[in-house]
Design a binder for this molecule. Structure first.
Ligand code: ASP
Ligand code: MG
Length: 419
C-alpha cells in the first residue's frame, strides 16, 4: 500500500488534472490511496466566502458563484460529453453550502469556518475521481470525514489516532483490492459527524495519517518543484536539490518555516519508518527527494529558510527592573493564550525580544494584554532568516546591506532577524 498526495497547484485547472491522469497511468498504482487538496486557490476563495458570511457582505453570492463557475468550467474542459452525474454532485455541494449560509451565525466561528472551507476538497476529489474513472483508471471516492477522526478543536483538529486507525484499517484494504482510493486532504470529522479541518496546508499531514494507519510502504508528495531544495529558487539563484534527507533534518527545516512540507507530516512517518518522497508532478521521471532514516548526510550548501512579514517585539518592565522568570512566565502565558507561535526569542537584563508571524488582530491583543505592566515596542515588517549548516560567507552575503536586529547561533543553526 502506498499514498500519493496532490496539492492545489497540481490540480489547478483541466490541463493539470489531465497531467495527473497521465502521471498515474505511468506509475504502479496497485493499492494506492490518493489524497487531494482543493483546486488552485479555492481554499482562499472559500475563506473569503466565510468572511463575507460573518460580515453579511452582499457580495457573498457573487463569490460563491465564482467558485462554482470555476469548477464547472474545469468539468466542461475535461469531459467530451456532459457528465450529468458529476454536475449533479457538484451542484449538491453548493446546495449544502447555501444551507450553511442561510443559518444564523453559530457562536463558534471556527466551527463555521470548517463547515464552509472544507468543501473545496469535496469538489476537487469528486471531479478527479470522475475523470480518472472516465479515463479507465478505476478509483473509488472516499469521504475522509468518516475516517480521519478528530476532536472538536475546529480549524486545527487533533487526531484521534486510535479510532482513525480502526476505521481506516477496517475499510481501506478491501476497497484497495481492485481500485485506487481518491480522498480529501485537510479535512476530518468529529464523533458527532461535524466536519473539521487540520490547519492550512494540512493535506500533507492527511497523507501521513492515512499512511501511518495503513503501515504504507511509502508516501509520495507530488509538487511543482524538483524535490526539497536547500533554498527557495525564487529568492536564491544557486540552489541544490537534496537526493536524500534524514527525517530529523526535514523536521528541523519545517520547524524553522520551510513550506515545502507541512510540519506535522514527518513525525507519524518517522515513527513508522515510512519513506517520504517529494517529487515533481511535471517531470514524471524526476527522482525527487527521499526523506528517511539516513545517517547525517553531507551538506554542500547551507539550507536557507526565509520568513518574511515578521513582527519583532521588545518587552521591558516599566520600572527599569530586570526581566525575571516571573515576568517571562507571565509574558509567555499571554503568547500561549493568544496562540501566537514565537519564531525566535532573546533575553537580556532589561528587555525580552521575540519574533512571530504578523497577524494584525493578534498583535493588537498582545499589546493590550502586555502594556499595562510592560513597555512594548515592535518593528514590522522584518525578516527572519534561518541558516542550517552555515558558513560565515553565506551569513555575510545574506546580511549585506541589511540591519541585523537579532543574531543567534548554535552549532548547526544561525538565525537572523533583519530589516
Ligand atoms: N486546501 C488546503 C489549503 O489550501 C489544504 C492544503 O492545500 O493542503 O490550505
Ligand atoms: Mg494548498
Amino acid at each position: 500500500m502506498q499514498v500519493f498526495k496532490f496539492g492545489g497547484a497540481s490540480v489547478k485547472d483541466a490541463q493539470a488534472v489531465q497531467n495527473i491522469q497521465v502521471l498515474l497511468s505511468k506509475q504502479n498504482t496497485h493499492e494506492t490511496v490518493i489524497v487531494v487538496s482543493a483546486m488552485a486557490k479555492t481554499t482562499n476563495a472559500l475563506e473569503e466566502v466565510y468572511k463575507a458570511y460573518l460580515t453579511a457582505d452582499p457580495n457573498i453570492t457573487e463569490k460563491v458563484l465564482a467558485i462554482k463557475h470555476f469548477h464547472l468550467t474545469i468539468i466542461k474542459d475535461l469531459f467530451e460529453e456532459k457528465n450529468n452525474q458529476l454536475i449533479d454532485d457538484i451542484e449538491n455541494v453548493f446546495v449544502e453550502l447555501d444551507w450553511i449560509l442561510e443559518e444564523d451565525i453559530h457562536e463558534d466561528t471556527a466551527f463555521i469556518y470548517d463547515q464552509i472551507v472544507s468543501l473545496g476538497e469535496i469538489l476537487s476529489t469528486k471531479i478527479i475521481a470522475a475523470y480518472l474513472n472516465y479515463k479507465g483508471l478505476a478509483c473509488v471516492w472516499v469521504d475522509a470525514r468518516g475516517y480521519i477522526q478528530t476532536d472538536n478543536n475546529y480549524q486545527e483538529g487533533n487526531i484521534d489516532w486510535a479510532s482513525t486507525e480502526l476505521l481506516v484499517q477496517k475499510d481501506f484494504p478491501k476497497l484497495l483490492e481492485n481500485k485506487m482510493i481518491i480522498t480529501q486532504g485537510f479535512i476530518g470529522g468529529t464523533s458527532e459527524n461535524f466536519t473539521t479541518t487540520l490547519g492550512r496546508e494540512g493535506s500533507d499531514y492527511s497523507a501521513a495519517i492515512f499512511a501511518a494507519c495503513l503501515n504504507a510502504s511509502a508516501v509520495t508528495i507530488w509538487k511543482d518543484v524538483d524535490g526539497v531544495l536547500n533554498a527557495d529558487p525564487k529568492l536564491f539563484t544557486h540552489t541544490e536539490k537534496f537526493e536524500q534527507l534524514p527525517y530529523s533534518e526535514a523536521l528541523e527545516m519545517t520547524y524553522y518555516g520551510a513550506t515545502v512540507i507541512h510540519p506535522k507530516t514527518i513525525k507519524p512517518l518517522q515513527n513508522k519508518q515510512i519513506p517520504l518522497f517529494v517529487k515533481p508532478f511535471l517531470n514524471h521521471e524526476g527522482t525527487g527527494t527521499h526523506i528517511g532514516q539516513f545517517e547525517q548526510i553531507k551538506y554542500h550548501l547551507p539550507t536557507i529558510i526565509v520568513k518574511n512579514d515578521q513582527v519583532l517585539m521588545s518587552i521591558s518592565s516599566r520600572d527599569f527592573s530586570f526581566i525575571s522568570e516571573q515576568n517571562l512566565s507571565f509574558i509567555l502565558g499571554v503568547f500561549a493564550k493568544l496562540n501566537v507561535k514565537i519564531n525566535t526569542m532573546q533575553n537580556s537584563a532589561m528587555t525580552w525580544s521575540c519574533s512571530f508571524d504578523y497577524h494584525l488582530e493578534k498583535l493588537n491583543k498582545l499589546i493590550t494584554e502586555l502594556q499595562s505592566d510592560y513597555k512594548v515596542y515592535y518593528n514590522h515588517p522584518v525578516s527572519l532568516v534561518t541558516l542550517r549548516h552555515y558558513h560565515q560567507s553565506t551569513i555575510d552575503e545574506i546580511s549585506q546591506g541589511k540591519e541585523v536586529l537579532i543574531e543567534q547561533r548554535s552549532r548547526n543553526t544561525v538565525q537572523l532577524v533583519m530589516r
